[in-house]
Design a binder for this molecule. Structure first.
Ligand code: FES
Length: 106
């Protein structure tokens, strides 16, 4: 488990969209706002090297990878559409006021 890391303000993550942020160790993560709830996953698709925050399309709780159109449930990291078969790493999210924190709890 690592220390929780401030990744931005709630205002930085509009509802229904994905944005990039960075952890203290330089790891780039994808930040999703699904109906007002924030989820953080690894930025790189597990099928290839596509950046989900850069070109991924969020539809409900699913993000579609821009390269081969695989999909993941961003609330769990689970792969739900081929060719993706390996889950995305997920991070625990906490809010303190408008500050959004992510933490690697694996
Ligand atoms: S790189 Fe994401 S589906 Fe292939």
């Amino acid at each position: 488990m690592t220390e929780k890391c401030l990744i931005g303000s709630l205002h930085d993550f509009p509802q229904g969209e994905v944005r990039a942020s960075m952890l203290a160790d330089g790891t780039v993560v994808a930040v999703f706002n699904v109906e007002g709830n924030v989820y953080v996953t690894a930025d790189r698709c597990t099928h290839g090297e596509a950046s989900l925050s850069d070109e991924g399309k969020l539809c409900g709780r699913l993000v579609e990878c821009p390269w081969h159109y695989g999909t993941f449930d961003v609330t769990t990291g689970a792969p739900v559409g081929l060719p993706c078969s390996v889950a995305l790493k997920t991070y625990a999210v906490t809010l303190e006021g408008n500050d959004v924190y992510a933490q690697d709890v694996a």
